[in-house]
Design a protein around this ligand. Structure first.
Ligand SMILES: Nc1ncnc2c1ncn2[C@@H]1O[C@H](COP(=O)(O)OP(=O)(O)O)[C@@H](O)[C@H]1O
Ligand SMILES: [Mg+2]
Length: 308
């Protein structure tokens, strides 16, 4: 049911018509500030987005199969409403090739080999790009929730074959592929997600390692995301330095920005020397882990309310 007085829409996907449970504290915090919000499915054709002054993207996780349609939707919404984060930002952030832009300006990223579908790589060409030893990861540049992502062992022939098949299948349907060494410290140290609200550090969480083996077709079909194990964690000074640097650098890669973004999530993992490197910059539809950051839902709701 839409509420005729609501001027804020929280955008979700059809599979989560009531948002993800991660956002429950946010709805409560908005309500207590007198901000009425509707939860609206982004690709529902019956929605009149112009009735909302502001649209905040939350759990629109099924867009990865339809990135062009999703980008079009952000532009459409922006014609009549303020979208958070803005369409330009989202369009840039949907495809992980944004990591190249950040690397160019000095951000330490997970070392990546990029395979473009236009290059028509044959099996051999893919194979020669694999590392000689250790584990490695194959994933598409447009993805979320670890979908279509697999981990392979360089010194096991069957695993390399599966990796070639995985890469070829992605490339065959026109998807760009990322090839990375599996950074092993993620198994012990985990991944750290740092959340910023209005460009100001809010809280951080630890996410356990997620990849245990090859991608298996069908395994993630209809699954929105791999189960994640989260707990609060204070970011280290080194992590803060990298993440603060990314936030500060955003105007260099997005010159059209005219102020801080409502939300920024920065996912870091340690490289083999233990230095934090950027795995992902989430400006589109990140879980913000409000349950794990005391006061974070309130800070976010304040930032939303201040925009009205
Ligand atoms: N190079 C890597 N080394 C170790 N783990 C990785 C690597 N790439 C991905 N992973 C694991 O896979 C998960 C999903 O990959 P990620 O790049 O965050 O894509 P997304 O979350 O958009 O699906 C990560 O949270 C991490 O656990
Ligand atoms: Mg991720």
């Amino acid at each position: 049911m839409t509420n005729p007085t609501a001027r804020l829409a929280l955008a979700t996907c059809a599979a989560l018509p009531d948002l993800d449970s991660d956002d429950a504290p946010l709805r409560e915090a908005l309500r207590s500030r007198g901000v009425e919000a509707d939860v609206v499915v982004w690709d529902d054709p019956t929605v009149d987005w112009s009735t909302y002054a502001h649209v905040v993207i939350r759990s629109t996780w099924d867009y990865t199969d339809r990135p062009v349609q999703f980008a079009d939707w952000t532009r459409r919404v922006e014609r009549t409403s303020q979208l958070h984060n803005p369409a330009d930002v989202v369009t840039w952030n949907i495809d992980k090739t944004y990591l190249r832009d950040l690397e160019r300006i000095g951000v330490p990223i997970v070392p990546t080999i990029w395979l473009d579908p236009e290059r028509n790589f044959d099996s051999r060409a893919i194979h020669t790009r694999f590392p000689a030893f250790g584990d490695f990861v194959i994933k598409p540049t447009v993805s979320a929730g670890s979908r279509d992502t697999g981990r392979y062992a360089a010194d096991e022939t069957p695993s390399r074959s599966l990796a070639i098949t995985h890469a070829k299948n992605l490339l065959g349907v026109g998807r760009r592929v990322m090839l990375q060494r599996y950074l092993r410290q993620v198994d012990t140290v985990g991944e750290t997600a740092l959340v910023y609200v209005d460009g100001v550090f809010s809280h951080s969480v630890r996410k356990g390692a997620l990849l245990d083996g090859p991608f298996r077709a069908g395994e993630t079909e209809g699954v929105l995301y791999r189960r994640e194990v989260m707990e609060p964690r204070e970011a280290t000074e080194a992590e803060r330095t990298v993440a603060d640097g990314v936030v500060a650098a955003l105007p260099q890669v997005l010159p059209q920005l005219d102020g801080p973004l409502l939300y920024t999530r920065i996912d870091l993992i340690p490289d083999d020397e233990g230095n934090p490197v950027l795995l992902e910059l989430e400006l589109t539809e990140p879980s913000l882990f409000f349950q794990h950051g005391p006061g974070s839902a309130e800070r976010f709701a304040d930032a939303v309310a201040a925009r009205f």
